[in-house]
Every structure is written in structure tokens, then in C-alpha cells.
Design a binder for this molecule. Structure first.
Ligand SMILES: *[C@@H]1O[C@H](CO)[C@@H](O)[C@H](O)[C@H]1NC(C)=O
Ligand SMILES: *[C@@H]1O[C@H](CO)[C@@H](O)[C@H](O)[C@H]1NC(C)=O
Ligand SMILES: *[C@@H]1O[C@H](CO)[C@@H](O)[C@H](O)[C@H]1NC(C)=O
Ligand SMILES: *[C@@H]1O[C@H](CO)[C@@H](O)[C@H](O)[C@H]1NC(C)=O
Length: 291
């Protein structure tokens, strides 16, 4: 009897604490239209609200003044799939914030902030991430060459209207699932460093959301930026002399490969012909024998 009462007591305690927790799930300043969504859009927040439920999946925080995301935020809110931080006051991302290998994040919007740099490894191995928006960051001038290297599912990347004058082509060529990219409205500098990116863009122009429209670059000693659509591979002619040793080795090596392939092919052809000729002469011998 006693144990039954005891059990009932614990059960009630558990039940009330669950209800208490449920009652706490929506931060007072936000809206929670369903159990998985917390909407704090445009509430004048200067920091993340307290008591965001740990099991939140959609978190809408755009149009606030949030300047800081603690680096353990995604570890604590590991069910988060959709995170909108558009139009806030972020100036930097704490190392490790988006590193989570177990992260379920699919959509991340950091556009319209004050970010200055996306360093290599910022997004680690966030393999779920499909859409990443980083545009309209007017101070963003540096993207590390391995900034997105672990994002194997990333389909859409936005880097438009920022302060990028250069971008290592590896940043883009490393993304196996990339379908849509935005790069327009940046002060690109048309030097030999840009030549490789330009060649990549020519080959992948179907991935550019607005084709080459709005993409301009600044040519040394020229005042007005030049639309990229006016340029061709030939415009970077003088960069050919600036190929690195590695580029030369690739050219030489591919030359050797082609020669070897040609030798093998002609050997194969020659032996095939030889074989046919022998077959033919054998047949004629046989026919002559029958006569
Ligand atoms: C979030 O709330 C804002 C108003 O605060 C509203 O305009 C917006 O539609 C809401 N978004 C969603 C997805 O519920
Ligand atoms: C950004 O957020 C501020 C504060 O809520 C708002 O006044 C402004 O209109 C927003 N800007 C954009 C482009 O949405
Ligand atoms: C970005 O930084 C500039 C200059 O520091 C500041 O004037 C501006 O208000 C900041 N923008 C946001 C959205 O915090
Ligand atoms: C943009 O980047 C350049 C260097 O590439 C820097 O001189 C300039 O101040 C930056 N502009 C802004 C608005 O941060």
C-alpha cells in the first residue's frame, strides 16, 4: 500500500514538472505557434531570450539587435533544424558554434549582419546543412578557403552584397552538392587571383542565381567596375605567365598521360589490324586448300 502511494506521488511529481516545463516553453516576448516553433522576430532583442525550449526545431530571431551566440547554443538545442538570425548585429561567430557533427541544422540565415570574416572550419562537418545565407554583410571581406569544406549537402550558398574582393575558388569547388550560388554586389578585384574564380564561374554559370548579372569587378587603374559578362578567358591572358609550379606540373603530367594513352591506343589498333590480317590470310589459305 505504502509503495503504491509512493509510486503515485512520484508519478504526480513527474507529471506536474512536465506541465511546469511545458508552461515555460515559450519565452514571454516570443510567439510559439506550434510546439516546435519559437518566433521572436522584430522584438528589439539585444541578446538571445532566456528559456528557449531545448527541443526547439524552428527558431526565428530576425530583425533584432542580437550581437552574440554562445558557442554551446547548438549543442544545447540539438534538434534545431531552422535558424533565422537575419538582420541582427553579429560581428563574429564564436569558434565551434556551428561545428556540431550531430547538428540537424538544415537552414541557417546569417544575412544582414555585421560579420567581418568566415574563417576556415567555421561550419565544421554540418552535413545536414542545405541552405546557408551570408549575404548583405557589408563588412564581410574574408572567407577562409576551408570555410565550407565539410558541408557535403549544401545546395544553396549566398554571399551577395558583402565586401568580398577575392575568394579562393576552392571555397566553391569543394562543395559537391552546390546548385545555387549568389555572389553579386561584391567589390571583386579583377587580378590574376580572380582568374581561377572567373574560370570556375564560366564553367558553372548555371549555378549562379542571377547568371552574371550584377557581378562586376574592379580592374586595376580603371575607375568604373566592369560587368563580368564583358570579360572572357582571354581577358586574363597575361595571367597565364603567372601559373604556379603546381599548375605547370598538372599541364606536363596531363601531357604525359595523353602521350601514354596515345601509344597504348595505337599499339592496340596495330595488334587488332595484325590479328585481322592473320585471320584473313588463314581463311584464304583454307579456301585455297578446299579448292
Ligand atoms: C513571426 O512573427 C511575426 C510577427 O512578430 C510575423 O509577422 C511572422 O509571420 C511570424 N512568422 C512565422 C513563421 O510564424
Ligand atoms: C532590421 O531590423 C530592424 C529592427 O527591427 C528594422 O527596423 C529594419 O527595418 C530591419 N531591416 C530590414 C532590411 O529588414
Ligand atoms: C554594424 O556596424 C556599424 C558600425 O560599427 C553600426 O553603425 C551598425 O549599426 C551595425 N549594424 C548592426 C545591424 O548592428
Ligand atoms: C572592405 O574591404 C576593404 C579591404 O578589402 C577595406 O579596405 C574596406 O574598408 C572594407 N569596407 C568595409 C565597409 O568594411
Amino acid at each position: 500500500m505504502f509503495s503504491c502511494v509512493h509510486w503515485l506521488q512520484s508519478f504526480l511529481a513527474l507529471l506536474s514538472s512536465t506541465f511546469f516545463a511545458l508552461g515555460q516553453t515559450c519565452p514571454s516576448i516570443c510567439l510559439c505557434p506550434d510546439h516546435h516553433t519559437v518566433n521572436c522576430t522584430g522584438q528589439g532583442l539585444t541578446r538571445l531570450p532566456d528559456s528557449i525550449p531545448l527541443d526547439v526545431r524552428r527558431l526565428l530571431l530576425s530583425n533584432n539587435w542580437i550581437a552574440f551566440i554562445p558557442s554551446d547554443f547548438l549543442v544545447l538545442h540539438s534538434d534545431l533544424v531552422y535558424l533565422d538570425l537575419r538582420n541582427n548585429s553579429l560581428t563574429r561567430l564564436e569558434p565551434g558554434t556551428f561545428l556540431g557533427t550531430s547538428s540537424r541544422l538544415v537552414y541557417l540565415d546569417l544575412g544582414g549582419n555585421n560579420l567581418t570574416e568566415i574563417s576556415s572550419g567555421t561550419f565544421g562537418e554540418s552535413r545536414s546543412l542545405i541552405k546557408l545565407r551570408l549575404g548583405n554583410n557589408p563588412y564581410l571581406s574574408m572567407v577562409g578557403e576551408d570555410a565550407f569544406s565539410g558541408l557535403t549537402s549544401l545546395r544553396e550558398l549566398e554571399l551577395e552584397r558583402s565586401n568580398l574582393s577575392k575568394l579562393d575558388v576552392k571555397v566553391l569547388s569543394q562543395l559537391p552538392s552546390l546548385r545555387v550560388i549568389r555572389l553579386e554586389g561584391n567589390p571583386w578585384l579583377c587580378d590574376c587571383h580572380f582568374a581561377k574564380l572567373f574560370l570556375w564561374l564560366m564553367e558553372n554559370r548555371h549555378k549562379l542565381k542571377n547568371e552574371l548579372d550584377g557581378m562586376e569587378c574592379i580592374v586595376k587603374n580603371e575607375v568604373d567596375p566592369v560587368p563580368l559578362s564583358w570579360l572572357s578567358e582571354d581577358s586574363f591572358r597575361e595571367c597565364r605567365g603567372m601559373l604556379t609550379l603546381k599548375d605547370y606540373l598538372i599541364v606536363i603530367f596531363s601531357g604525359i598521360c595523353i602521350s601514354v594513352a596515345a601509344i597504348i591506343a595505337s599499339f592496340f589498333l596495330a595488334s587488332t589490324i595484325h590479328c585481322f590480317q592473320r585471320l584473313k590470310s588463314k581463311r584464304t589459305d583454307e579456301e585455297e586448300g578446299e579448292d
